[in-house]
Write a protein that binds this ligand. Structure first.
Ligand code: DX5
Ligand code: ZN
Length: 224
């Protein structure tokens, strides 16, 4: 059983007080920081690019879990690695394909690689790549915005990811992203999720330490 890791999502932080908010999450016991990159084309929202990731890197010791919700990730791998990404996850639904090339380009750096699937994309779409992955990110909301409602019908996909890893002897972590809080973390970890992205549930709360503690307690209770 892999340890449960909590990844506050910076998209929900107060960008007017980014240094303080990131420090809050780090002191609250976050395991890594989830950084959503959106291009306004792959998803209907725009966040920020490598320059802000570089700033975030300068503000924390936490590993940066960069989630590329962009149509042409190949153009930006080097920029995000140089900005400080520890892991780079891209989406299987991108148009310009070259998935194997992209995986090898990312792992040619000192950076782990993840693949993500939108809610409507079945795991069969990424089965060929599972042996190469360090992380499998299952979206539990339609990507693009924080603060959305968790999609419980994604739980079977988490269970399927566990089963595929067992059958194949693969190494990937199973990550969930979207609508996670102290109520939805339990069913997710019970299904097999190990890396839990949470934006609103942590940065949206006055007490980040209490928010993370309540999520960890709920996860532990679900695994008893
Ligand atoms: C969706 C984003 C969000 C974000 C987390 O594209 O990726 O899922 O990380 O937002 P919350 O935790 O507020 O749903
Ligand atoms: Zn994300």
């Amino acid at each position: 059983m892999k340890p449960i890791r909590i990844a506050p999502s910076v998209i929900a932080a107060d960008f007017g007080y980014l240094r303080a908010d990131i420090a809050r999450a780090e002191q609250a016991g976050a395991d890594l920081l989830h950084v959503d990159i959106m291009d306004g084309h792959f998803v209907p929202n725009i966040t920020f690019g490598p320059a802000i990731v570089k700033t975030i890197k300068s503000l924390t010791k936490l590993p940066l879990d960069v989630h590329l919700m962009i149509s042409r990730p190949r153009r930006f791998v080097t920029a995000f690695v140089e900005a400080g990404a520890t892991n780079i996850t891209f989406h299987i639904e991108i148009e310009d394909g070259h998935v194997y090339t992209l995986i090898s380009e990312i792992t040619s750096f000192d950076c782990t690689v993840g693949l993500s699937v939108k809610p409507k994309t079945p795991l069969s779409a990424i089965k060929d790549y599972l042996p190469q992955l360090d992380r499998l990110l299952i979206m539990t909301v339609e990507p693009g915005f924080g603060g959305q409602r968790f999609m419980t019908d994604m739980l079977p996909k988490v269970r399927e990811a566990v089963q595929l890893r067992k059958e194949g002897g693969y190494k990937y972590d199973i990550e969930v992203d979207g609508g996670l809080d102290r109520y939805t973390i339990g069913p997710c970890v019970e299904a097999g999720a190990e890396v839990i992205v949470a934006g609103t549930a942590i940065f949206g709360q006055p007490d980040a330490e209490r928010a993370i503690r309540e999520m960890r307690d709920a996860a532990a209770a679900a695994l008893e």
